[in-house]
Design a protein around this ligand. Structure first.
Ligand code: PGA
Length: 228
C-alpha cells in the first residue's frame, strides 16, 4: 500500500469545482491510502471516502492569534492529516521552531503530521550537502517528537511545480538516509510527480507521493492512486 497526498494548494477557485474534483477522485477504487488536502473552507463541505488533510495548522491551540486555525478545531471536521512546513510556507517565513510546535499540536490532537523538508536546497548542490541541510532541518523540526508518528515528505524546493522532478535514485537515497537517521514512520517524495513519472518513484524505497499540480487533474491523479 502506497500513500498519496493531494495538495490542492490555493485551488480550485470555486467550491463547485472542488466538489466535482472530489467526487471524481472519490469514485476511484484503490487499496492505496489517499488523503485530500483542499483549501480550508472546503474541508467540512467535501464528501469523500478518502481521508482529509489540512495544508497547514496553527502552532497554537487557542487564543489571540488572528487568522489562525488550530489542530483542535480541525479534528472536529474529520481532518486526519496536516501538511506542515511546506516550502511555500517556509518561504513566507515559517521557522523550524514554529514547525516543531505545529507537529506537537497535530499529534496532541491525533492528526498525522506530514512534515515537508527540502526548503533551501539548491539543484546543483552536492548530495552530501543536501543531506546535511536536511539533517539540520529534521533535528529542529522533530525535537521532542516521536518520529514514528510522523510522515516525512522530501520535497526539494527546486522540483516543486517546475515540471523537473528529482531523479528517483536521488529521492530514494535521501529517503533511506532519513529513515535510518530519524526512524520516521514513512517517507514520501514530492515535486513534479505526475502520471508519467510516478511509477519510477514507487518502485523504490519510497512510501508514497505528495502531489501538487497533478492532483488537480482527476484523470492523472486517478491513474496514480490506482497503482498496485
Ligand atoms: P507539485 O507540488 O507536485 O505541483 O510539484 C508538490 C507540492 O508542493 O507538494
Amino acid at each position: 500500500m502506497k500513500i498519496f497526498i493531494a495538495n490542492w494548494k490555493l485551488h480550485p477557485l470555486k467550491f463547485k469545482d472542488a466538489s466535482a474534483l472530489c467526487a471524481k477522485i472519490s469514485g476511484i477504487k484503490t487499496k492505496n491510502k489517499v488523503v485530500l488536502c483542499p483549501p480550508l473552507p472546503y474541508l467540512p463541505l467535501l464528501k469523500t471516502k478518502f481521508e482529509l488533510g489540512a495544508q497547514n495548522i496553527s502552532a497554537e491551540k487557542e487564543g489571540a492569534f488572528t487568522g489562525e486555525v488550530s489542530a483542535a478545531m480541525l479534528k472536529q471536521f474529520k481532518v486526519k492529516y496536516a501538511i506542515i512546513g511546506h516550502s511555500e510556507r517556509r518561504e513566507l517565513g515559517e521557522t523550524d521552531f514554529e514547525i516543531n510546535k505545529k507537529i506537537a499540536q497535530a499529534l496532541e490532537n491525533k492528526i498525522v503530521p506530514v512534515l515537508c523538508v527540502g526548503f533551501g536546497i539548491q539543484k546543483d548542490e552536492a548530495e552530501e550537502e543536501v543531506l546535511g541541510h536536511l539533517k539540520r532541518q529534521l533535528q529542529e523540526d522533530l525535537q521532542g517528537i516521536d518520529p514514528k508518528k510522523v510522515l516525512v515528505a522530501y520535497e526539494p524546493v527546486w522540483a516543486i511545480g517546475t515540471g523537473k522532478p528529482a531523479t528517483p535514485e536521488h529521492a530514494e537515497r535521501v529517503a533511506m538516509f532519513i529513515r535510518i537517521q530519524f526512524k520516521v514512520s514513512k517517507i514520501l517524495y514530492g515535486g513534479s510527480s505526475n502520471a508519467e513519472n510516478f511509477r519510477e518513484f514507487l518502485e523504490r524505497q519510497i512510501d508514497g507521493l505528495l502531489v501538487g499540480g497533478a492532483s488537480l487533474d482527476p484523470k492523472q491523479f486517478g491513474e496514480m492512486i490506482q497503482s498496485k
